[in-house]
Design a protein around this ligand. Structure first.
Ligand SMILES: [Zn+2]
Length: 281
C-alpha cells in the first residue's frame, strides 16, 4: 500500500473513532507480538518458539491437545506451564493502554472480544467484566476428567519446568476436588472436555452490552487487531457484528488485511504501530 493511501486510511479511521459512541475491540494473537509474545504462526513460527516441539515432530495443533494430560502430563504441563510463566512475566505493550483510554473516553462504552488466552488485557487494566475470552484463559484451571464443572484461578499455582527435557517438575497442578491432574481452562484442538461456563458468562455480558448499543442507537466502531485466518473466530465475529450493526470495521494486521466492504478500513501494520498511528493522529 502506498504511503499516501495509508495516511488517508489513518485519517478515515480516526474520523470513525471520533464519531463513535461505542468501541468493540477484537483481538487475535497478533495483538501480543509487540509485547514480545510468539504468535505460533505456521509450524515454523511455533517451532521457533518451541524448538523441542520440532525435535518431537509436534505441530501446534498436536501439542495443544488435551490427550497429553493423560498420555504425558509432564509434557503437557511443560508446554502450558511455560506459557503460563511467559504470560505472567510479560508486560502488555502501550497499545493496550491507548485502546483502554479510548474506551474510557467513550463513556466506558467498550468491550473486548479476544481469542487470546494470555490475560494481557486484564493485565493492562481492562476490567474482567468487559472481556470475552472466547477460547478461555490460561490463568484459570479445570479438572482433566472432569469431575465437576468448576473453574478456578491459577493464581498461586506455580509450574517449574526442566526446559532441556521439556518436562514439568512434580508436583503438577491438581484438581482441587479429586486430585486428578488439572489443566488450563483453554479450548484445545480435539477438545471434548473444555468447560465453557466462564466464557459463556462473558459472552452473555457482551450480548447484553451489544443490545444496549442497539437499543440506545449508539454509533459503534470495531477495531480488530492481529486476527489471522488460521483459526478465523475473531475475524468472523468482527465481520458479523460489523454487518449486523452497519458499523465500520478497522482491521489492523500485517497480513491478510483485506476487508469486506469499502466502508471498512485496512491497516497493514503490526498492532502497536497501527494503534499508535490512529489514536495519536
Ligand atoms: Zn477433578
Amino acid at each position: 500500500m502506498k504511503y499516501s493511501t495509508l495516511e488517508k486510511e489513518y485519517k478515515r479511521a480516526k474520523e470513525y473513532i471520533n464519531n463513535a459512541d461505542a468501541v468493540l475491540i477484537t483481538a487475535g494473537a497478533g495483538m501480543g507480538v509487540d509485547s514480545g509474545l510468539p504468535d505460533f504462526r505456521g509450524k515454523e513460527g511455533f517451532w521457533k518458539a518451541y524448538p523441542i516441539a520440532k525435535k518431537l515432530g509436534l505441530r501446534f495443533e498436536q501439542m495443544a491437545n488435551p490427550q497429553w494430560f493423560k498420555k504425558n502430563p509432564k509434557l503437557a504441563w511443560a508446554f502450558y506451564g511455560h506459557r503460563l510463566n511467559l504470560y505472567r512475566n510479560t508486560e502488555p505493550h502501550e497499545g493496550f493502554k491507548k485502546i483502554l483510554e479510548l474506551g474510557k473516553s467513550k463513556n466506558n462504552e467498550y468491550f473486548v472480544f479476544t481469542s487470546n488466552v494470555d490475560g494481557q488485557f486484564q493485565k493492562a487494566g481492562f476490567p474482567g467484566e468487559k472481556i470475552v475470552e472466547v477460547h478461555g484463559s490460561i490463568h484459570h484451571l479445570q479438572c482433566t476428567q472432569p469431575c465437576s464443572r468448576d473453574i478456578w484461578s491459577a493464581d498461586g499455582v506455580n509450574v517449574e519446568i526442566d526446559m532441556e527435557k521439556f518436562e514439568a517438575k512434580e508436583p503438577l497442578p491438581e484438581c482441587i476436588h479429586c486430585g486428578e491432574i488439572a489443566r488450563p481452562n483453554i479450548l484445545m484442538f480435539g477438545d471434548w472436555y473444555w468447560i465453557e461456563d466462564r466464557t459463556a458468562q462473558q459472552e452473555e455480558r457482551l450480548e447484553k452490552w451489544l443490545n444496549k448499543v442497539k437499543y440506545k442507537n449508539l454509533k459503534l466502531v470495531i477495531i480488530e487487531i492481529g486476527a489471522g485466518k488460521a483459526v478465523p473466530t475473531v475475524r468472523m465475529f468482527s465481520e458479523r457484528i460489523a454487518s449486523e450493526f452497519y458499523a465500520p470495521l478497522i482491521r489492523i494486521n500485517p497480513r491478510d488485511y483485506e476487508v469486506p466492504y469499502d466502508k471498512d478500513i485496512s491497516i497493514p501494520t503490526g498492532g502497536l504501530e497501527g494503534i499508535k498511528n490512529i489514536v495519536d493522529l
